[in-house]
Design a protein around this ligand. Structure first.
Ligand code: MTE
Length: 306
């Protein structure tokens, strides 16, 4: 997002499968636990039925999805996360869910994996920089987790925080952003059935560079809303500050809905380059999810609430 545009993917940026998947982690205790939870018949690491919310568009390859990343806690180049994310330890892991909740508590990653049936959600991801991908996530609705803690009537917003331990995510030593990486949603956006917490991708656990062990995915918003490696989710009455709008409020707002009619101050958002394709394609309102989400913004001036 420190804005290189356009930004063709160089062959040298493609990382071998062993590096991104980090087989040691996959073969380790975490995956064994996951397999145990899923039972002896599990063949893939994270078997899941494909949700009807999925797009039928051609998927990007695992190589593309896991070697062209934004995860500034590991550096600002697209290839940095795949090369550097090995320092992240995804077990043990837990997420504190607190704030305006009747039953705030901490969930271990093992509990999170059992919370709701895992689904494959094949979603478009549109980055604010002007590129897009189609990604087969494995995850479950964020609503399933929020319901567990009984949000109070004052819970109007949900704030998300990424791990900021310099030993594990060394990029936080650089003041590129105000860490921890922070994002937020309105409660109705958070409870929307399209909004998921992803724990896997292509039927396997999440590569670290994609936000292991658990990250947010909100397919009708620019990719930066999807916080990676989440350690805290807080329900609150007031709109939470977010890392990108704190860094540059003129360029990044709270809503960040994909909108081809509202330009970024420095470039148009009318079209996008699907990674792997030659020609640009038109960007769709709400990233093509307007039928499902336009109602959330009825009566709002989306040029003002960008
Ligand atoms: N989450 C954290 N913690 N740090 C980041 O730098 N980058 C965001 C988002 N989540 C980011 C993050 C941006 S700009 C994008 S486009 C998506 O992650 C990219 O997700 P992907 O690498 O899985 O495609």
């Amino acid at each position: 997002m420190l804005i290189r545009y356009p930004d063709p993917i160089a062959p040298s940026e493609i990382t071998p499968r062993e590096v991104y998947l980090n087989r040691r982690q996959f073969m380790g205790a975490g995956a064994a636990m996951t397999l145990a939870l899923l039972g002896p018949t599990a063949s893939a690491a994270l078997p899941a039925r494909t949700s009807p919310y999925s797009t039928a568009e051609e998927k990007n390859t695992l190589k593309e999805i896991s070697s062209y990343n934004n995860f500034y806690e590991f550096g600002t180049a697209k290839s940095d996360p795949a090369e550097q994310a090995h320092t992240l330890k995804t077990r043990p892991w837990s997420v504190l869910v607190d704030g305006e909740a009747g039953k705030p508590r901490r969930f271990s990653i093992e509990e999170l994996l059992k919370l709701a049936p895992l689904e494959e959600r094949i979603y478009r991801l549109r980055c604010v920089e002007g590129w897009s991908m189609v990604i087969p996530w494995v995850g479950f609705p964020l609503a399933a987790l929020l319901k567990q803690v009984d949000p109070t009537s004052r819970a109007k917003y949900v704030a998300f925080e990424t791990l900021a331990d310099p030993a594990q995510v060394p990029g936080v030593r650089e003041r590129v952003l105000d860490w921890p990486y922070r994002e937020g949603l309105r409660i109705d956006e958070a409870m929307h059935p399209l909004t998921i917490l992803a724990v896997g991708l292509y039927g396997d656990i999440l590569p670290k560079q994609n936000g292991a062990p658990i990250r947010l995915v909100v397919p009708w918003k620019y990719g930066f809303k999807s916080s990676k490696s989440i350690v805290r989710i807080r329900l609150q009455e007031t709109q939470p500050p977010t890392s990108w709008s704190m860094a540059n409020p003129r360029e990044y707002g709270f809503y960040s809905n994909v909108n081809p009619t509202v330009d970024h101050p420095r470039w148009s958002q009318a079209s996008e380059r699907r990674i792997g394709e030659l020609f640009r394609r038109k960007t769709l309102m709400f990233n093509g999810y307007a039928d499902q989400v336009a109602g959330l913004y009825k009566g709002m001036d989306l040029k003002r609430f960008y």
